[in-house]
Design a binder for this molecule. Structure first.
Ligand SMILES: C[S@@+](CC[C@H](N)C(=O)[O-])C[C@H]1O[C@@H](n2cnc3c(N)ncnc32)[C@H](O)[C@@H]1O
Ligand SMILES: [Zn+2]
Length: 174
């Protein structure tokens, strides 16, 4: 997965990269540590439930206005090269857990991941991802109603070779 913006850039608050609870400078990233923000962020209520799209999904428990930050993608910070090796292993089980943060780094939600790791892909999603100061945010691309499943476009370019089931007539490959 990678963090292609949908071109819709709302006002951005500063969000420093926090690794293992410590705010760090961009140049001092350390492989293996966790990208993690405080637990008490004022984010909308969401929950993991079984999805008709695939396995587990994540659903809105409240109405979420367009562009609101919903959750961030937490996990272990790994160099890209290592993430490619891990992703190949995960894909053997049909899973995608690594999110590209940059050319050099990825976040592996298989370690230290939060509920964002269960958000499914859709070709016409209701959310988008945006990287701000080293944090991968998932934001609403339109108003999301209570009970709707959250989705974003994984932008894998078909590399995972998984047939997309985002809608009955979808012919996309994730
Ligand atoms: C980050 S996980 C999402 C959570 C997943 N549903 C689960 O139960 O673990 C990504 C995996 O979910 C599946 N997936 C996500 N979106 C999908 C879609 N639109 N169509 C088919 N499979 C999908 C793929 O197997 C993918 O590797
Ligand atoms: Zn699709």
């Amino acid at each position: 997965m990678n963090g292609t913006n949908n071109g819709n850039t709302p006002h951005l608050a500063y969000a420093p990269l926090i690794i293992d609870g410590t705010r760090i400078k961009m140049r001092s990233r350390v492989a293996g540590q966790l990208v993690k923000l405080p637990d008490d962020l004022p984010l909308p209520q969401i929950e993991r439930r079984r999805s008709s799209l695939h396995g587990w999904g994540v659903f809105a428990l409240e109405r979420i206005p367009k562009n609101r930050r919903i959750i961030y993608y937490s996990g272990q910070l790994v160099p890209s090269k290592e993430s490619h090796v891990r992703e190949a292993d995960y894909l053997e089980e049909g899973c995608i857990w690594c999110f590209e943060l940059s050319h050099r780094w990825a976040v592996d939600a298989n370690f230290g991941g939060n509920v964002s790791r269960y958000i499914n892909h859709a070709c016409k999603p209701n959310s988008y991802t945006q990287i701000i100061d080293g944090i991968i945010w998932i934001r609403a691309s339109r108003t999301i109603d209570v009970g709707e499943e959250l989705t974003y476009d994984y932008h894998t370019g078909g590399t995972a070779e998984i047939a997309c089931q985002c809608r009955p007539d979808c012919t996309g490959i994730i």
